[in-house]
Design a protein around this ligand. Sequence first.
Ligand code: DMJ
Length: 657
Amino acid sequence: MPVGGLLPLFGSPAGGGLGGGLSGGLGGGGSRKGSGPAAFRLTEKFVLLLVFSAFITLCFGAIFFLPDSSKLLSGVLFHSSPALQPPADHKPGPGARVEDPAEGRARRREEGAPGDPAAALEDNLARIRENHERALREAKETLQKLPEEIQRDILLEKEKVAQDQLRDKTLLRGLPHVDFVPPVGVQSTEPADAAIREKRAKIKEMMKHAWNNYKSYAWGLNELKPISKEGHSSSLFGNIKGATIVDALDTLFIMDMRDEFQEAKLWIEENLDFNVNAEISVFEVNIRFVGGLLSAYYLSGEEIFRKKAVELGVKLLPAFHTPSGIPWALLNMKSGIGRNWPWASGGSSILAEFGTLHLEFMHLSHLSGNPIFAEKVMNIRKVLNKLEKPEGLYPNYLNPSSGQWGQHHVSVGGLGDSFYEYLLKAWLMSDKTDLEAKKMYFDAVQAIETHLIRKSSSGLTYIAEWKGGLLEHKMGHLTCFAGGMFALGADGAPQGLAQHYLELGAEIARTCYESYNRTLMKLGPEAFRFDGGVEAIATRQNEKYYILRPEVIETYMYMWRLTHDPKYRKWAWEAVEALESHCRVNGGYSGLRDVYLLHESYDDVQQSFFLAETLKYLYLIFSDDDLLPLDHWIFNTEAHLLPILRTDQKKVEVDKK
Ligand code: DMJ
């Protein structure tokens, strides 16, 4: 795409005029609008002038007001020139520690008498000298920057200050009053059929086994190691604690495990702390923690969950401090400094990560009365809509600085998956008023069908991966969620296509079922292939593991709800039996290293999503449809519940008292 295509966006107040220069600078090509001195705008001239006059003032200050200022000036201005460095005999010898000026002052203060006027004067002068040195350094750095970069830095800094103010305000003043809307369909009736009742009870027992073991051996930590019987920590959450507790909340609630729900709530009140000095994954923390807390609030009406969700949402806002507004993947919760995964194509952000914030952020605005969260995610959409898509497809990588795509890899599995899911659900969650999301979803699905969806020689439909135009005939376990997505979206499909999308969902469900059925353990591998004479089978050792993932069961749940074809209950029950035979251990449930072996090789992790998703979807398959009806609830990508925002409820009711 010509670089100029981005300019109108970045010229707008939201884009802040900052990316125009950057995209021009990085994108190369001829359309460097706004670059070169002739094109300087008034503000840019003004900034340059300011910087220059600050520099001159500092030089004068240094000459006239500092003792021994000539030495200082030469030290500061010419410190990079070896000819002007102090003689070698002034340097510390090998092994000697260099004393920093502040340390020296402190030492001298300790050595001298208290209140020594000479020491105080020396102190003051040294401080002035350090400030001058810093100012000169900054002025020098600023002079080396392009005017566009200066302007961008000013805007980012302004935004950072505004967000810090918002955080302080939100946390100090408390949240506005919101009328709690009693949740629909959270008290389900027992299924009439005794066999189904029994199966449902069995799944609740599985939840108890997972929860009780977590409680016994890893309470308050993120996850459980069911073989070692101790806590498991994952770098995805930095040192935020309690991932299993927050992820399990809504499953406990709908399974009517009220005592467990109360102990989880108490732990959250007393221990859940986001003031951690560590780097977290913005995506994971959003889907599990923000999603889990929002869901618990909407089910129970307990204010603590709303408060914690908004507090965490505010903490995530600095991730959006990038020139394009596309957030960083990783964020230090204390410093607010973000970055991307080092392995991601040229410093790119990941489609499935920045594209999976929308649902939670819309609800954060709804519950806090502050539009900032919605603005952030709507800006992501705006950036995406300005970009040209190769063959109508969305690449997995997008550079947050240039606002341009990285590598042209496309996937409906890892790195892409939940972006598509959130387009569809954004439309549904808006009570079908967000027509932009609907269009983006159906356009994307059409391109996916044309370029990625294929049939194997025996007739299994699968979704391949696209690597810059070449197909890799592999489908991930993660990709299996798409069966449910196609079926859920069928209702709103362009004319005449509803039945087609329902059938496509059923075909994907069948393929994913086969990926389970063709293993010895009857649980699916991480990825399976359709080449070299195989179909729906993992051929590489590092793709044979199963980590208690939910996607196949998630698709069975949607297919069951939308068709009531009994085969989905049958397949789901086969999965329950396989989980019980191969993953259940004394200390909880464990993932498996190879599903094609006769004997289990455990990975020793009970993933928090096993309680949030796998067990919840299984429970729903064996419940009547009046439990969490799909026309009232949306499941976020971690199976947390968000109510559809009815048109008449969309305005937050702020208490005017
Ligand atoms: C979950 O955290 C979510 O479902 C996410 O969208 C994908 N990965 C895991 C489960 O496999």
